[in-house]
Design a binder for this molecule. Structure first.
Ligand code: LRH
Ligand code: MN
Ligand code: MN
Length: 392
């Protein structure tokens, strides 16, 4: 968006904030939990259509969340064109299509890296079906995360599994249409505990390089070893023009999937600073949430997350590039650090309130949602049927 040394006016900051969009995940509106317990909440959507209805409330109050990611088969419907039309009627669009090759008994030893070619074919078939769903919904991005891996040394051949992965990715990549992209998501561990087949950004990047320009890496902020410098990964991927987007969420321990910006707002700021620095505040980088709300009400939690992303972005945009460049050039370590900290410590809430008011929105999306009565309405109206949840 801006080069490193270009000074940014208040108006430019506001324009950039107004233009940024945050994609919300359909599954965040559904019931979720841990392997110990799923606490069902009243009013939770029963269908993908109702998930979109809820997503429309997030967009109505924030003004920056027009895209909704699908997860297949959690969002299976008979007619995806109808689902996309419902989204359009609500002022939304379908964002990323997330493939799911991790919830079938056949995938015990992996999906696209499974030793059994029949299982691999089944997994690839699902991925190709997802491309068809992209065509029917007008989605641009196919997001691939594989739970594939091994639990014990020697269980399978690590290198052969990479070959199988490459072959599957190639088949799917070649099926992508014009304007489609393949986003490859890495994760250090879980459910595989010894070796995951796409464990890190290096592996994902290497596969993307081999595939071609439509293949990009997704950085899920919850998918790293503790202490990993995620902003370095972001800077490197942007530099290589291979950052496809983010799955934003927070973690204290492992893949906690808490609200983005809740656990470590400073880390989110550092990531957003590298995004701004690297020219990544464009539609080429998808800012997706990937989180779940096990104990808190879902819609306001998603609104809060969107606001947290906006606050981190605003602070990143407030970093004074000239002052920073000067301090860096002259080797003034403390001044350089001070420039970043000044921006991080700025209260950007009034600025964002201004951006919202100028867009005709309530300056306080949380309060506006509370007043809207939507929470009460869905509880009284969504009676009967089966609530959506992970695996539904
Ligand atoms: C895996 C993951 C991946 C899945 C989502 C539900 O941990 O981050 O993005 O699709 O969770
Ligand atoms: Mn994810
Ligand atoms: Mn995850």
């Amino acid at each position: 968006m801006t080069s490193k040394d270009e000074p940014r006016s208040r108006e430019a900051v506001k324009a950039a904030l107004g233009a940024q969009t945050v994609e919300t995940p359909s599954w965040a509106y559904a019931n979720s939990g841990t392997r110990f317990k799923v606490f069902a909440q009243p009013g939770v959507p029963r269908t993908p259509f109702e998930k979109l209805d809820d997503a429309a409330r997030v967009h109505a109050h924030t003004g920056v969340a027009p895209a909704v990611a699908l997860h297949i088969p959690w969002d299976r419907v008979d007619d995806y064109g109808e689902l996309a039309a419902h989204a359009a009627k609500l002022g939304l669009r379908i964002g990323t299509v997330n493939a799911n090759v991790f919830q079938d008994d056949d995938y015990r030893l992996g999906s696209v890296t499974n030793p059994d070619p029949a299982v691999r074919r089944k997994a690839v078939r699902h991925l190709l079906d997802c491309v068809e769903i992209m065509e029917a919904t007008g989605s641009r991005d196919l997001k691939l995360w594989f739970s594939d891996g091994t639990n014990y040394p020697g269980q399978d051949d690590l290198r052969t599994r990479q070959d199988r992965l490459a072959e599957a990715l190639r088949t799917v990549y070649d099926r992508l249409g014009d304007g489609h992209r393949m986003l490859l998501e890495y994760k250090l561990f879980e459910p595989a505990f010894y070796a995951t087949d796409v464990p890190d950004w290096g592996t994902a990047y290497a596969h993307c390089l081999q595939l071609g320009p439509k293949a990009r890496v997704v950085v899920d902020t919850g998918h790293h070893a503790p202490g990993t410098n995620i902003e370095f990964i972001v800077a490197s991927l942007l530099r290589a023009e291979r950052l496809g987007g983010f799955d934003l969420n927070s973690r204290f321990y492992a893949d906690d999937d808490l609200m983005a910006g809740a656990a470590d707002p400073f880390q989110l700021f550092r990531i957003m600073y590298e995004v701004v620095r690297g020219g990544g505040l464009t539609p080429d980088v998808a800012f997706m949430l990937d989180q779940c709300h096990n104990i808190e009400p879902k819609i306001p939690a998603i609104i809060r997350s969107v606001m947290n992303v906006q606050e981190a972005t605003a602070k990143a945009l407030l970093v004074d590039p000239e002052a920073l460049a000067h301090a860096q050039r002259t080797g003034d370590v403390l001044a350089a650090n001070g420039v970043l900290m000044d921006a991080f410590n700025t209260d950007v809430r009034p600025l964002l309130a201004e951006v919202r008011e100028e867009a005709g929105l309530d300056p306080d999306p949380m309060a506006a949602y509370r007043r809207s009565g939507w929470a009460e309405r869905i509880v009284s109206e969504r009676i009967g049927g089966e609530q959506a949840g992970w695996g539904a």
